[in-house]
Ligand binder design. Structure first.
Ligand SMILES: NC(=O)c1ccc[n+]([C@@H]2O[C@H](COP(=O)([O-])OP(=O)(O)OC[C@H]3O[C@@H](n4cnc5c(N)ncnc54)[C@H](OP(=O)(O)O)[C@@H]3O)[C@@H](O)[C@H]2O)c1
Length: 269
């Protein structure tokens, strides 16, 4: 299945995540006329995409896929409002953190096929990863169609155990924020050592993105790439003694991912 033949796709909610997905779809060739966007007040970038690509904002041809990208806290209300517009047999794809297959199904015609997913914002440049779990009744064709759509945003992984989705959300869904925080903290620490803030921000930005790109292109695992920077008794080793010590990044990351996983469970509602 190719992206060009997917759809029509109804995107409900074109904010940070829905907007990132929309950019990925358009960049990779999903024709604008196969997309419908529903959002009460799309931001200027989304409005520009809608105008440029001739994307519809009202349902004409019935959608084959409905992508739900509203906040989990309003998902129940939104679903109650759009359930009647979801044609029988259309595939519903949720990207909402926490919201379970059963919680979504509750609002829809019994038997509606649903795929619960967690993408991440690098989908905007085709470098994200989306993890998916299928509910009952999702056909092989619909799975292939969902894969084609989501692959526009990068890699796609299917899992069978929905119980893992909150932990997945904590790692890859929220993960880009941890990396951006690393860049912020690295810049602030550099400035504290006397580097002019603009230069410190540039050093941190290029270092984090360059290291990410090296990790992306290299066959080596992250630990080996780290070793390659670390001269015995050198500067990196001095820093890693802090970062890898007790109370260091390992512990902080474990606690952070556990907190995000717990919050996902709470958002189930
Ligand atoms: N952001 C991420 O990195 C990320 C990653 C993985 C999954 N997710 C999931 O993606 C979903 C959206 O998150 P987000 O960060 O993109 O939030 P967001 O930026 O607030 O996007 C949600 C969008 O939905 C719009 N909306 C509100 N009510 C609506 C309605 N009745 N019908 C259609 N659209 C409506 C909002 O408009 P207003 O702003 O005008 O209310 C907003 O544009 C969440 O469920 C989240 O868990 C997000």
């Amino acid at each position: 299945m190719t992206l060009k033949t997917v759809g029509p796709v109804l995107l409900v909610g074109a904010g940070k995540m829905g907007g990132a997905m929309l950019s990925g779809w358009l960049d990779r060739g999903l024709p604008g006329e196969r997309i419908i966007v529903r959002d009460p007040a799309p931001g200027p970038e989304i409005a520009a995409l809608i105008a440029k690509h001739g994307i519809r904002t009202a349902i004409g041809e019935p959608p084959a896929i409905v992508v739900l990208a509203v906040k989990p806290q309003i998902m129940d209300v939104v679903l109650a409002g759009i359930a009647a517009d979801i044609p029988a047999g259309a595939l519903v794809v949720s990207v909402a953190a926490g919201k379970t297959l059963a919680g979504i199904a509750r609002h829809l015609t019994p038997g509606t096929p649903i795929v619960r997913t967690i993408p991440n914002t690098p989908a905007a440049i085709g470098r994200g990863i989306t993890v998916c779990v299928a509910g009952p009744g999702v056909s092989a064709r619909q799975r292939a169609e969902a894969t084609a759509l989501l692959e526009a945003g990068g890699e796609v992984a299917w899992i069978d155990d929905e119980g893992l989705m909150d932990a997945v959300t904590a790692v890859s869904g929220s993960g880009p924020a941890y990396v951006f925080l690393l860049a912020e903290c690295l810049a602030a620490a550099g400035a504290e050592q006397g580097i002019p803030p603009d230069l410190a921000a540039r050093l941190a930005r290029v270092t984090v993105s360059g290291a990410g790109e090296l990790l992306h292109r290299s066959d080596l695992d992250p630990a080996t790439l780290r070793h390659n920077v670390t001269s015995p008794g050198g500067t990196t080793a001095a820093a890693l003694d802090i970062l890898m010590g007790e109370g260091g990044l390992g512990r902080l990351m474990r606690e952070a991912v556990a907190a995000a996983t717990r919050r996902g469970r709470e958002l189930a509602g």
